[in-house]
Design a protein around this ligand. Structure first.
Ligand SMILES: *[C@@H]1O[C@H](CO)[C@@H](O)[C@H](O)[C@H]1NC(C)=O
Ligand SMILES: *[C@@H]1O[C@H](CO)[C@@H](O)[C@H](O)[C@H]1NC(C)=O
Ligand SMILES: *[C@@H]1O[C@H](CO)[C@@H](O)[C@H](O)[C@H]1NC(C)=O
Ligand SMILES: *[C@@H]1O[C@H](CO)[C@@H](O)[C@H](O)[C@H]1NC(C)=O
Length: 336
């Protein structure tokens, strides 16, 4: 297995290790070699693990080594796991560009179509999913809007579920990232920026909600913050078995880091999810999920995406694996 520092490459401003096309093919080939036969899950005794869907973060790409090593760990934890890496394009460079540029509504719709048409994923009774950084809220959108195949356990690491007021740190030479950030601080809520710049579509300033509620192309919709609530979103999210929200304890990249737990931070005060309308009025099914014991709040040390192999191993052991796996009630966040 690869070293921990390579796992830290996932996410914003990562130094990209782009695999050569030849290598990408062989990596995917090796995963396909473990693909279960169709209907392997029909047998209740089957210990065939559910497929795993992985959505990478800003500045990363589906073929990157750090990401692939996460898939390899999942495969090692539950041999036979078919791992699918979400991509906007088969070309790694174009897939990376799409983490900065694009209309997230269209990106999520593409993933819905890709998963529903996938020969293995579409025959599974369910899939598990892990989203890194923005990939986490995008996978949540997949669940809310489509969820076919349905997700059983959704794990998000350092995701921006309640939006961001800022992103820190682009690599010094990362002009793609810098260009995007400059635009983010310009006309965030213009139709031009909302339709094209990915991070702008989950920008949310609690001190200035009006333009957000008016124009947010993604987050205000997926969080059901507008007057008209979409009941499908809540029903689908509540249908998860586990929704595991990891916050990086020392995250200095995502502002505020508490967005990973759906908390609202307005500069002076932090409001926990359970005290917010989105929860108490159950706009998106989180309260129902919590009632079932399916909502898990976790912290892991380190800065944004400094993921340890130990935490990944534990997560895979706890939440992924065979369809027939039993889950305890688990702890919910006692100390909020
Ligand atoms: C709610 O979301 C579902 C799933 O995306 C969609 O089919 C439906 O049209 C939406 N309903 C409303 C009222 O927007
Ligand atoms: C994003 O794409 C959707 C679907 O094509 C479209 O309806 C919407 O207007 C687009 N958003 C913006 C802000 O351009
Ligand atoms: C934060 O929220 C509290 C309570 O609602 C309010 O008193 C305070 O003025 C807010 N601060 C900012 C900077 O908006
Ligand atoms: C994680 O699991 C893999 C095999 O599944 C093992 O080789 C590796 O040593 C584990 N790492 C840690 C830090 O426990």
């Amino acid at each position: 297995m690869r070293a921990t520092n390579e796992l830290a490459l996932l996410g914003l401003a990562a130094t990209q290790v782009l695999a050569a096309p030849q290598q990408q093919t062989s990596l995917r080939g090796s995963v396909h070699a473990h693909a279960p036969a169709p209907h392997a899950w029909d047998d209740p005794e089957s210990d065939t693990p559910l497929p795993l869907v992985v959505w990478h973060g800003l500045g990363d790409n589906y073929a990157a080594e750090g990401l692939q090593s996460v898939g390899e760990l999942a495969e090692a934890a539950h041999p036979g796991t078919f791992v699918y890496y979400v991509r906007m394009d088969e070309t790694a460079a174009a897939d990376r560009t799409a983490t900065f540029w694009g209309n997230v509504t269209e990106q999520v719709a593409k993933v819905c179509a890709d998963l529903a048409a996938h020969p293995i994923l579409s025959t599974a009774p369910a899939v598990d999913a892990v989203g890194f950084s923005q990939g986490g809220q995008f996978l949540r959108a997949y669940v809310e809007r489509c969820n076919a195949p349905p997700v059983r356990s959704l794990v998000t690491f350092g995701s921006q579920h309640n939006g961001i007021v800022d992103y820190k740190a682009c690599g010094p030479m990362d002009w793609l990232c810098k260009g995007a950030m400059a635009l983010l601080h310009g006309n965030t809520f213009s139709a031009y920026v909302q339709g094209r710049l990915v991070p702008a579509q989950y920008f949310r300033d609690p001190a200035d909600l009006a333009p957000y509620l008016e124009a947010s192309n993604f987050l205000a919709d997926i969080n059901n913050e507008r007057a008209l609530k979409n009941k499908t979103y809540a029903a689908n999210l509540a249908s998860l078995t586990n929704f595991v929200l990891y916050m990086f304890a020392d995250d200095t990249t995502v502002l505020p880091k508490e967005t990973a737990w759906f908390e609202e931070v307005n500069g002076t005060e932090t409001t926990p999810l359970r005290a917010r309308d989105i929860y108490t009025e159950d706009w998106i099914g989180l309260r129902e999920l919590d009632r079932k014991g399916g909502l898990k709040f976790e912290t892991t040390p380190g800065d944004h995406m400094q993921l340890s192999e130990k935490v990944l191993n534990q997560t895979f052991a706890d939440y992924f694996g065979p369809y027939g796996k039993k889950f305890g009630k688990g702890e919910t966040m006692g100390e909020l």
